[in-house]
Design a protein. Structure first.
Lengths: 196, 196, 196, 196
């Protein structure tokens, strides 16, 4: 029951973040196609962030599905994750408006990195609550994606000052990596069973 | 249980999109009736989009009611649908502010078209998960509305450059077409039974 | 089950409307107390609308509690009600920014009137679905508030052009009238029982 | 069941308030790091308010967990609390944009104070409904945090005109005080049991 309210609140915040982001796509003045052109980078960064938030919602769902109870640390680790995710609209808007310039792209990478760390902390809080023998712990043991992503974000933050488009390529690559639902957790948990 | 969270998240996003749209109706300066006049097209486009999002919410509810489980593809097809619906406030605002000019009307039609395709993809994902003998598949087989709508959106996108008001008439016509709850699904499923 | 999703969606939309309204209270430039003064009318109109939306949420909850099933007409009557409620932020902002001038006050009254009519239509849709012997019908039969309110809104719309403050007094009076939970429905339904 | 909808509505409003606050962090023009510098105070005030709203959400959850039924006064006490919380984005934005100047800091303290009083009123409404022997009453009897906080907010409001940073230190101190989950309620209720 406590878990339900935690999920509902997280879903609410995620749903609002994902939708508020589109407000950065400001309605332009003028009725011709060329007034839309300056919005293309903002639109592309919106697509990227939409996919990332979709991934977080999906993974968050999988992870909480495994949790059998909610503890104080889990609650605050979850709010901490939501905090970094709430900065997506700002980072997305700044990167889009400046056409993927180095500094905004680095900040975007930083928000991605902090969200990944926050996600990892939430994972640890759940494992601490569930015990060392928990399903999540065994599933996460081989979680190479969760280990590779922060590393790649770090690389992207550095390389954006050399060549901004490498950073973008990395962000897209990591998103694609995650788009495939995590077979580790799924296999360990739901053999033959559909999505949680 | 997984279905509940999918529905709750979709409801949240739809509720926010529908409400955020009204923010395009910016409070005018001045206290006389004539400052409201330039807002009339924005208001009318808001009404149209409100009805469309209501239809999507209603149909989404009917369709998910039939699903007995949630799979990965369904999840992403659902997010894909929400993505196109999230562009409604932008497309609505641009069309309203430019008094139904050709290009904004065409973009509005494009967003309607993409949402219709995304809805169809979600339908296919559910049918793939439920199997060929599923109730949904049988109901959808005669789903002439789902086939006619994208066609009409396509016609509207083209004709808006010849006569913008034809496109608007088509958008209104398709909305009216859908306002009547789909008797196909309803008849096949809930003979005599009230709304799911 | 269908009722749950209808309630959840309505709650979502109401929660967003109530919160989005506060965005009309724009953060002023300057750090002294006097920059807040021009915001006082906007703040007061926000308080009034917050109370009205709270009343609608409360009554909506009571009314749907009585419904045993959800029909197509109920669904659309509900969306119709949400449509008029979604115009609260606009009407509130325009009235507040213009310091309760006649025309914005009249529009505010019109939105209140349309919402009251939409609420009545939803009530009729539920009664039609539940049958003539339903609890709601008996409770509503003596619903003098529901009949008096639209009348008073109409009076307010007309008198605002003579003396704007009479309209405001009427809006406040009707809100106070409703703040007391409806004893008709409550008495008929939950004798001795707490809030649904 | 009535409690569920009250929780869901409160969660919705809190989720939106927490997310709308980030809109005060406006995307700056320019792509260099120095355009972010003027946003640092706004960001810090956002962090503070995010933590406060997280605390309210957490405590609200604990408190409602104890309630066995929902009464009319509880409902309105809850809406009253949500009203003051809905002013967080405004107070946070004004304080952040003016770099913690005395008057905006005092208003922020006033909103914190009113929210604390509203929370206390909701607590009293629940105790009145649950009876003198209720678990909540016993737990709250030793609730020194709930008594100390309004006092400290009052001190902060006064001292901000002497030295604004003292007020900020008090706001941060009270937040830290609350970050530790309330052991009073928890101990009285869930001996050995995890978070509600």
């Amino acid at each position: 029951m406590g878990k339900n309210r935690l999920e509902a609140f997280s879903d609410g915040v995620l749903a609002i973040i994902i939708t508020i982001m589109v407000l950065e796509l400001k309605v332009p003045h003028g009725e011709t196609l060329d007034v839309l052109l300056p919005l293309v980078p903002t639109f592309l960064s919106y697509v990227l962030s939409f996919v990332y938030l979709g991934i977080y919602w999906n993974n968050h769902h999988h992870m909480l599905h495994v949790a059998t109870r909610v503890t104080g640390p889990m609650l605050w680790a979850n709010l901490h994750l939501l905090f970094w995710l709430s900065l997506f609209p700002f980072a997305t808007g700044w990167m889009g408006e400046n056409h993927f310039a180095p500094m905004p792209s680095a900040l975007y990478g930083l928000v991605l990195l902090m969200a990944a760390i926050a996600y990892w902390l939430l994972e640890q809080a759940i494992i601490a609550s569930e015990g060392a023998a928990s399903l999540l712990r065994r599933a996460v043991g081989r979680d190479w994606k969760g280990k590779l992503s922060p590393l790649l974000y770090g690389v992207a933050i550095v390389t954006t000052f050399l060549a901004p488009w490498i950073a973008q390529a990395i962000y897209v690559f990591v998103a694609i990596l995650w788009l495939v639902p995590d077979p580790c957790i799924e296999r360990a948990l739901h053999r033959g069973e559909p999505w949680p």
